[in-house]
Ligand binder design. Structure first.
Ligand SMILES: NCc1[nH]cc(CCC(=O)O)c1CC(=O)O
Length: 332
């Protein structure tokens, strides 16, 4: 049996899909093949906002699953809209990679060392807002493109083509993407969540499949009885690559985002992690100009998906009660 893994065609997507395929087939019982799915977001070149957000990347993969052109789809969780798709299930959330945003600056500089007026690129309103709050004297520019394109705009970074001129002093990217591509040598500073809160789900992947192929999950129903042996083998492998702590954390982060009715381009950061018997969630809503923000944290000892969901909803309601919706266009 061969399991068809649907993936976007970017270098990052192919890498993380192949890594997940290797994890799944290591559990045993089947081979895997990658099926490239072209998405609207890969074809068009306008800003992400004008394309209707990163959800465009996801829709084509979901269509392919429903049309049985693949058996499993790998998504970056932070790009996955909070609304689920009918007939599909997030069957596995593997252990999270680096959750942090990172700075890649010329000459090994850190954020504090960048000179006043330095030009720093990011395509994310959330990163832009937090950067402007940290360093109001910098020029934050909207950029887009794949990881190589963005790194290529900073002169002298290891691995860049030597003729690349570079028009920026630094860019901010997700550490996880660079780690998956083996390019962490370009990082000049890791931003801990205390300094910059990452996007909900950042660094984590979602493995989505048709509901009838999904492992039994108490909160989600699960594999239909009468599932074929092949479905059973896939469900077993999906269950084996699941990481319970990552699932709890991203469940809380995404419940917060859903309750805020915020899109994936909204200036909202959130990060949850389990410490002992507690799950702690911290979140920020920023004005995009960096002048104002609201940052709150909350914890629960309810270490279940319901507990994590409630944590996210309650923190979102606290943010809304304190005026989060007046700070930013959350629908972005
Ligand atoms: N929005 C694009 C995107 N979606 C997922 C990642 C990689 C990191 C991750 O899995 O969170 C990136 C690149 C980036 O933000 O630098």
């Amino acid at each position: 049996m061969s399991v068809r893994i649907g993936t976007r065609g970017s270098a990052l997507a192919l890498t993380q899909s192949q890594q997940t395929a290797d994890l799944l087939s290591a559990v045993g019982g089947f081979t895997t093949e990658l099926v490239r799915i072209r998405t609207e977001g890969d074809v068009k070149t306008g800003s992400l906002a004008s394309l209707g957000g990163t959800g465009v990347f996801v829709a084509a993969l979901r269509e392919a699953l429903l049309a049985d052109r693949c058996d499993v789809a790998i998504h970056s969780l932070k790009d996955l809209p909070t609304a689920g798709a009918p007939g599909l299930s997030i069957a596995a959330v593997p252990v999270r990679a680096d959750h942090r945003d990172v700075l890649c600056a010329r000459d090994g500089l850190t954020l504090a060392e960048l000179p006043s007026g330095a030009r720093i690129g990011t395509g994310s309103p959330r990163r832009a807002a937090q950067l402007r709050a940290l360093r109001p004297d910098l020029e934050v520019l909207d950029i887009r493109g794949n990881v190589d394109t963005r790194l290529g705009r900073v002169p002298g970074l290891p691995g860049n083509a030597s003729e690349a001129p570079g028009d920026l002093d630094a860019v901010v990217l997700a550490g996880a993407g660079l780690a998956r591509l083996g390019r962490t040598d370009v990082v000049t500073e890791h931003f801990e969540p205390e300094v910059m809160l990452p996007a909900p789900g950042q660094g984590a992947l979602a493995v989505e499949c048709r509901i009838e192929d999904a492992p039994e999950r108490p909160a989600h129903g699960g594999a239909a009885s009468g599932a074929s042996a092949a479905q059973g083998v896939l469900a077993h492998a999906l269950a084996a690559i699941e990481d319970a702590d990552t699932r709890l954390a991203v469940t809380a982060e995404r419940a917060l985002l859903a309750r805020l009715e915020a899109g994936c381009a909204a200036p909202v950061g959130a990060f949850a992690r389990r410490k002992g018997s507690m799950l702690r969630l911290e979140a920020v809503v920023c004005a995009v100009d960096g002048t104002k923000s609201l940052r709150l944290a909350r914890a629960t000892d309810g270490l279940t998906e319901v507990g994590a969901t409630l944590l996210g909803i309650e923190l979102a309601e606290e943010l809304l009660a304190q005026g989060a919706a007046d700070l930013a266009d959350l629908r972005a």
